[in-house]
Design a protein around this ligand. Structure first.
Ligand SMILES: [Zn+2]
Length: 448
C-alpha cells in the first residue's frame, strides 16, 4: 500500500479465536502496538465475515466463532511514540533504519500463541527495489519460518536499505545499520568478531549458525534479543562514556544467545530470571574482561556497580525472594540483575579457588542437563549437586542481604578488596604475588 501502511493477510490451517500483539503501553499510547492496527477483519474457513473485537492488552477475539483468515492494515507510525517510557524501547518494537521499516514480529503479526506451533510461510509483496532483511529462510518467492514463535520473536525489515554480512566464530551475521552509527561500526564489528569465539569456548558449543542484527540510533542505548536476531539502539551523539555502556549491552545481548538456562519452550521461567539476566550480565563482564575489553579500573567499577545495584534493590524493591522478583522484572530490576550477578560472581570466585575451569564446567553441565527446561526447584537441585551445595548456600546468603562486614570478609577470600560508605562502593584488586590477585577468575590480560 502506501509507504507507511502495510496490508497484512494471515491464513491459518487451524482456526482460532484469539490473537495478540506484544503490548508495551506508554503514557502517549496506552493501547501500545495495537493502536497501529486498522481495518481488522476476520473470516471463517468458509470465507464468511466474523465479528472481531479488541479485548484490551494487545488482544483481539472473535466471540461468535473461530476464524482462519484475518486481514488488516499495519500503520508504521511507531516512530511517533517514545518506547523508552515504561516500555522496553524501540529495539523491541519498531524503527526505520536507512529507509527500511523494521519491526519486531510481535509488533506486526497477530499471533495466536496458544495454537500448536507449526512452520509458517511469509510472502512479501513489496515496492520494486525493496528487500526483506530477516533471519527467516529466503526461498525465492517466500520466506519460511521454522515455527510460529520464530515469526513473533524475531526482528525483520522491509525496504530499500541493503544489509551486509560477516562471519565470526562459526556465526554468520547479517547487519542492518543506521548510517549515523558508521563511526563506531569498526568497534562493534571488533566486539562481534571476538565474543562469539570466547562465548563458544566458555559454553562449549556454538549458540547457533546465523543471526540478523539491527543497529538503530536513539537518544539512549540498550538492546533486545530475539530467537535468531537482536537489535541494539545506540545514543546519538556518539560519546566515549556511552561506549562503555553500549559495549556491555552488546556483549550482554549476545551472551543471551548462548546462555540457554532459564527458558522452557522459548519462554523465560520467571523464577529463573536472576539466572537469565544476572548470570548473563556477570558472564558478559567476565568474558569481556578476559577478551581485553575492560581494564582493571573499569572492571573494579563494574563490580562495585553490581553491589550498588543490590543496595538500591534493598531501598526500593520488595520482592518476596530473588526467585519471586522475576515475576515483575521491571519493578524488581536490581533484585533480578544485581542479585543474580552477585550469586554468579561469588560462586565463580569460590569454585575457581580449586580449579579455574570449575565454574565454566558447572555452567556447561547445567546447560547440557536442562532437557525441556528447569523449574526453580529442579534448577537448584541440579546446581547443588554440581557445586556440593554451594549454589544454594550463596543464593540464600545473598537473599539474606549480608552486612558490609560479611561482604568484606567474603570478597577478601575471593582476592578482592571492597569498601562501602552509604551508597558508595569501591572495589580494588590488591597487588600481590598470588595469582588470585587480580582475581584469576576475572583477569584481564596482563598487559592491560
Ligand atoms: Zn538481558
Amino acid at each position: 500500500m502506501g509507504e507507511d501502511i502495510f496490508a497484512v493477510t494471515l491464513e491459518q490451517t487451524q482456526a482460532s479465536s484469539r490473537w495478540d500483539l506484544a503490548h508495551f503501553p506508554t503514557p502517549d499510547r496506552p493501547q501500545a502496538q495495537s493502536a497501529s492496527v486498522r481495518a481488522l477483519r476476520a473470516y471463517t474457513s468458509e470465507g464468511e465475515d466474523l465479528a472481531i473485537e479488541y479485548i484490551g492488552d494487545g488482544a483481539w477475539s472473535t466471540p461468535d466463532g473461530q476464524a482462519s483468515r484475518l486481514t488488516y492494515q499495519l500503520v508504521a507510525d511507531h516512530g511517533e511514540v517514545d518506547w523508552n517510557i515504561s516500555a522496553p524501547g524501540k529495539d523491541e518494537v519498531a524503527d526505520i533504519i536507512d529507509g527500511t521499516y523494521v519491526f519486531a514480529g510481535h509488533a506486526f503479526f497477530l499471533i495466536d500463541w496458544e495454537l500448536p506451533r507449526c512452520d509458517v510461510t511469509v510472502s512479501f509483496d513489496l515496492p520494486s527495489g525493496w528487500q526483506v532483511v530477516s533471519p527467516w529462510d529466503d526461498r525465492g518467492d517466500h520466506h519460511w519460518v521454522r515455527e510460529t514463535w520464530a515469526l513473533g520473536q524475531n526482528m525483520f525489515g522491509m525496504g530499500p536499505a541493503t544489509p551486509y554480512s560477516t562471519s565470526s566464530g562459526g556465526l554468520d551475521l547479517t547487519w542492518l545499520v543506521d548510517p549515523r552509527l558508521a563511526p563506531i561500526m569498526p568497534t562493534i564489528e571488533s566486539i562481534l568478531g571476538d565474543l562469539p569465539a570466547a562465548y563458544t569456548e566458555f559454553w562449549g558449543e556454538a549458540a547457533g549458525e546465523a543471526y540478523t542484527i539491527f543497529f538503530m540510533a536513539d537518544y539512549t542505548s540498550d538492546g533486545g534479543v530475539f530467537y535468531d536476531s537482536f537489535a541494539m539502539r545506540i545514543a546519538l551523539p556518539l560519546r566515549s562514556a556511552d561506549q562503555i555502556n553500549w559495549s556491555h549491552t552488546l556483549g550482554h545481548e549476545v551472551m543471551h544467545l548462548w546462555n540457554p538456562i532459564g527458558r522452557t519452550s522459548g519462554r523465560n521461567v520467571p523464577e529463573l530470571e536472576w539466572v537469565i539476566e544476572g548470570f548473563t550480565d556477570y558472564l558478559t563482564l567476565k568474558l569481556m574482561a578476559q577478551a581485553g575489553y575492560w581494564d582493571t579500573d573499569l572492571l573494579e567499577q563494574r563490580i562495585a556497580n553490581i553491589f550498588r545495584g543490590y543496595y538500591i534493590a534493598g531501598l526500593v524493591e520488595t520482592p518476596e525472594s530473588i526467585a519471586q522478583a522475576g515475576y515483575a522484572k521491571g519493578d524488581n530490576w536490581y533484585s533480578v540483575y544485581s542479585a543474580g550477578s552477585l550469586i554468579a560472581m561469588f560462586l565463580d570466585a569460590e569454585l575457581s579457588q580449586d580449579d579455574p575451569e570449575r565454574f565454566a564446567d558447572v555452567m556447561r553441565q547445567l546447560a547440557a542437563d536442562r532437557g525441556d527446561g528447569y523449574s526453580f526447584e529442579t534448577f537448584m537441585a541440579r546446581f547443588d549437586t554440581l557445586t556440593d551445595g554451594r549454589a544454594s548456600e550463596i543464593y540464600t546468603w545473598i537473599e539474606s542481604r549480608p552486612s558490609n562486614a560479611e561482604y568484606i570478609e567474603r570478597m577478601s577470600d575471593a582476592g578482592m578488596d571492597i569498601s562501602f560508605f552509604v551508597d558508595e562502593v569501591y572495589v580494588r584488586f590488591p597487588a600481590c604475588d598470588d595469582q588470585r590477585c587480580p582475581p584469576d577468575f576475572l583477569a584481564p590480560p596482563p598487559d592491560l
